[in-house]
Design a protein around this ligand. Sequence first.
Ligand code: DQA
Length: 152
Amino acid sequence: MKTYKVLVLHGPNLNLLGVREPEIYGAMTLSELNARLEEIASALGAVLRFFQSNCEGELVDALHEARTWADGVIFNPAAYTHTSVALRDAVSAVGLPVVEVHLSNIHAREEFRRRSLIAPVCIGNVSGFGWQSYALALRGLLGYLADRDAAA
Ligand code: DQA
């Protein structure tokens, strides 16, 4: 079985997880979340790299760089979900399978959060399961990659 390499990309304000509106985003910190994902990834034989930035351009750069090493991306674009043409174009440009992730259910919140500019260029999205959204996205992405490679 191939060892898939996955970029886990976190957008703005997610560095404050655990202290930021815990009633919406949960009590787990970003490093705890990453550690949980790491455990799941090693059980599934995948390798993860993590990156968080509050800057749109750095997220674009991370997506570009992922072209050179990653098989896929799990991406929580956070507030940029709803505004960023640059990130949408970067996802399209790199051509990697990307899964969009949200801790909260963006469809059950304010109207402006219901629209994602990123979703149409992703293979799928998971929203509303707290940190488990990332775990579900990882399983989905690895299953997608295995099916794709088996069909090739
Ligand atoms: C979020 C949802 C976004 O609307 C919000 O701006 C975030 C976090 C989530 O994970 O639920 O920062 O992406």
